[in-house]
Design a protein around this ligand. Structure first.
Ligand SMILES: [Zn+2]
Length: 429
């Protein structure tokens, strides 16, 4: 009898303690005001408002976001800087990793050589960064916190076990998914609430995103060299609107994350189990467009997207964006492409390491109206370059391989020798 009572009291006590622990688990967010101290970032002098600098605008916005978040007891806010000082990029990411933060938000202003460039953009980690992120995650192994379902699947963390590596990779793809969610929310608020022009959510290889072991975004809040946008960025009204939009996006993001994990407060009702996403058999790339014209990286026609693989086929250059074998990432990549302005983009499946049954891949190393001279860098570096002429244009190709993966490897290999802006070409025979 006594024992029975004791058990009941004990289990009540446990529930009570549990509730305290759960309600005390705050959502830790690191707010990073870009630049600072001797690093002014983008800056410009105007006759009416004088000199404005990115470091001051980012700090003002971050402090405003922080003040709003600090009123909500669910959040713990950490600042990489609260003053005009310059923590290094590593200081910033180390602070975030050490704090086991749930989210990292870096605020910046943009600038461009074109004075007409304007609008906001949000960056998340690029697909090629996963390997670096994985290394960071392995090194910061105490940062690994899997959700309940993953723990059941993968057990406890042991850096040397292959299961843990799978778990880490899964975690990386979840970070990317979460970062894209927040990026989309931020840009939506800029457009719908503040009537700003959004240039979209992009994947980019940036230190502050690459070295973080948590979902992370970098927000470019506008162009300091644009005549009107600069004044908006420097104004109290502009800074209020921008910080409110980012604050609202963070609140919506946390709600979405809580819904997914079954609520911040422990509930008795078990959530319906969502199975762990299984990689697809095929790789997927997003076909942005086909064009008879060759565009190199950073060409405006590619609308700021990175990680583009052009493949030439029947005289047309097909531009593919990203590569993934996760359905969720494929869908997000497609959305990113459409948001960037490629309205007719669609996903194309590639069977990994598939040998062509007829024809082959080669690398187009140069094209032009003039013949390459025999002592040109390309002809000096590569043996057996083939030349063809069509409609007055010379085409130079090199190599013959039978899978796309081998073609990408061959292209990378040539790049390391200094032969850049080449195109993989599919030749039908
Ligand atoms: Zn910046």
């Amino acid at each position: 009898m006594y024992k029975q009572n004791f058990k009941i009291i004990l289990s009540f006590l446990l529930i009570f303690l549990n509730t305290i622990v759960f309600s005390q688990k705050k959502f830790t967010i690191v707010l990073d005001a870009g630049h600072g101290g001797s690093d002014h970032g983008a800056n410009r002098t105007y006759s009416d408002i004088g000199r404005i600098a990115e470091k001051d605008i980012t700090l003002a916005i971050v402090l405003k976001i922080g003040r709003m978040l600090e009123k909500n007891k669910d959040f713990k806010v950490i600042y990489t800087r609260k003053f005009d000082e310059f923590p290094s990029l590593s200081d910033r990411t180390n602070l975030a990793n050490r704090s086991k933060a749930d989210l990292f938000v870096s605020v910046h202003c943009n600038s461009s050589v074109r004075p007409t460039a304007q609008g906001t953009e949000t960056y998340v980690q690029g697909p090629d960064q996963n390997d670096t992120n994985l290394e960071v995650a392995k090194r910061e192994n105490d940062v690994i916190y899997l959700d309940e379902k993953d723990k059941q699947t993968f057990g406890s963390y042991d850096p040397s076990s292959p299961e843990s590596l799978i778990a880490l990779k899964l975690q990386q793809s979840k970070y990317l998914e979460s970062s894209l969610l927040l990026g989309g929310l931020v840009e939506d608020y800029f457009v719908n609430k503040d009537k700003r022009l959004s240039r979209g959510v992009f994947q980019k290889n940036l230190h502050v995103l690459r070295m973080n072991a948590m979902p992370s975004v970098l927000i470019e809040t506008g162009f300091i060299n644009h005549p009107e946008e600069s004044h908006y960025l420097a104004s109290e009204k502009g800074q209020d609107e921008i910080s409110e939009s980012i604050f609202n996006a963070i609140i919506d993001y946390k709600k979405a994350v809580d819904r997914k994990s079954g609520g911040a407060i422990a509930t008795k009702k078990p959530e319906p189990e969502k199975p762990v996403e299984v990689p697809l058999k095929n790789d997927f790339r997003i076909l942005l467009m086909s064009s008879p014209v060759k565009h190199n990286d950073n060409d405006p026609a590619l609308k700021g997207l990175n990680y583009i693989l052009p493949i030439k086929e029947n005289g047309q250059y097909k531009y593919y964006y990203g590569v993934t074998n996760m359905a969720s990432v494929r869908d997000i990549n497609l959305k990113t492409a459409k948001d960037a302005g490629f309205r007719n983009a669609f996903a194309v499946g590639f069977m990994p390491n598939q040998k062509l049954s007829s024809g082959y891949y080669t690398i187009e190393v140069a094209t032009g109206k003039d013949k390459l001279s025999s002592n040109s860098f390309i002809l000096q570096t590569l043996k057996d370059v083939e030349r063809t002429k069509e409609n007055g244009i010379f085409y130079y190709t090199y190599g013959k391989v039978y899978t796309l993966e081998d073609a990408v490897r061959l292209q990378k290999d040539m790049e390391s020798k200094g032969i850049k802006d080449t195109t993989i070409q599919k030749v039908y025979k």
